[in-house]
Design a protein around this ligand. Structure first.
Ligand code: KG4
Ligand code: ZN
Length: 335
């Protein structure tokens, strides 16, 4: 039985997992830095890399012991080498290289978004071709996944969907990370309170969320100029209206692309895939035209190392190994 130790440190989560054949997750440990970065309203790169340095050894140790493994049981070491914050990536990449060298085991480099894509394989068995909506804090894209590989159909030209959630939350005075906070506030809000603009990017599978962010900021500024600070209810209403705009665009465009490409399923992956309203709208709209929409459990939506390990399994089988010149690639090109 193959056992891969996977490491993920591209942003503010230090994560390690042991995965085995058949996408079986033997352990999945995540040390989150959210409480630290929350003090600053967002991720502070220098602080993130320092915390990765402190966390990486205990997190890997915990992943091994939760899987009932020793270092000597590991067949390969996988690591997300980009894209992400360079200082954060460097900790995972340097650790993985040193470990692979010390254990004399293969090193496998995994693109972070390839990891998000493979997160769907942990709990679902999709048949090719299918459409993937990859939505995280750093990326929004629509991909056609086929047996021969993935084709990027479209992506965000400015803010990623998660970034839009985070920036709108910040404008509303909600803490970092904004996505879960907007989602919680929206539960008590009226999604028809404001019809914020939707950039449909007609004729393309691309997205744009900066106009929506500006519309929310403008609305708040206009209210403030009238001397009206939003109260709790209005914050919930704006959160619900902004969330509706983001989920409306993402779900409508994903379903339209899936229909055009003639696929039977849409995989919703990445941190924003944890959003309940997005799941609901996507499944309603896809279901209405006979398309199935699936997503991973929340723990496999946001950054984790299990998805990196699952993405590494086919690379292990193919002998697609990295050498010790592997580097952290903050702007690693899209897969
Ligand atoms: O995939 P991820 O953990 O990290 C990146 O690769 O960027 O995604 C993090 C993003 C953040 O922007 C966060 O606000 C968003 O995912 N997010 C959510 C929810 N949970 C996390 N956005 C909307 N609703 C959620 N429930
Ligand atoms: Zn991610």
């Amino acid at each position: 039985m193959v056992k891969i130790l996977a490491i993920e440190s591209s942003c503010d989560e230090t994560a390690a997992a042991v995965v085995s054949d058949g996408n079986s997750i033997l352990s999945n440990i995540i040390a989150s830095q959210i409480p630290v970065h929350r003090l600053y309203g967002g991720v502070v790169p220098e602080i993130a890399s320092r915390h990765h340095l402190e966390a990486i050894v205990p997190v890997v140790g915990e992943a091994l012991s939760a899987a009932g493994c020793e270092f000597s049981d590991i067949d390969a070491v996988a690591v997300a080498n980009g894209p992400g914050l360079v200082g954060s990536l460097l900790v995972g990449v340097s650790y993985a290289k040193a470990l692979a060298l010390a254990l004399n085991k293969p090193l496998i480099a995994v693109h972070h978004w390839q990891g998000h894509l493979h997160a769907i394989d942990i709990e679902h068995h999709l048949t090719y071709p299918y459409l993937a909506l990859v939505v995280s804090g750093s990326h929004s894209g629509l991909l056609l996944a086929t047996e021969q590989g993935n084709t990027m159909l479209g992506c965000s030209h400015d803010d990623a969907a998660g970034e839009a959630f985070d920036k709108i939350a910040r404008a509303l005075g909600l803490p970092y990370p904004g996505g879960p906070e907007i989602s919680r506030a929206a539960e008590h809000g009226n999604r028809e309170f404001q019809h914020f603009p939707r950039a449909w990017m007609e004729g393309t599978d691309d997205f744009s969320f900066s106009g929506l962010k500006s519309a929310v900021l403008n609305y708040l500024n206009q209210q403030r100029m009238k001397g009206a600070e939003p109260d709790q209810q209005e914050i919930c209403d704006i959160a619900a209206s902004a969330q509706e705009a983001i989920c409306d665009i993402l779900s409508a465009k994903a379903v339209a692309a899936a229909q055009r490409e003639g696929v039977a399923a849409i995989a919703l992956v990445g941190g924003v895939a944890a959003n309940q309203r997005l799941r609901q709208l996507l499944s309603e709209r896809a279901g209405a035209v006979g398309i199935t929409a699936v997503w991973p459990s929340p723990v496999y939506c946001t950054d984790n190392a299990a998805m990196i390990g699952v993405a590494a399994l086919p690379k292990y089988a193919a002998g697609d190994f990295a050498d010790l010149s592997l580097n952290a690639e903050p702007r690693l090109a899209i897969i």
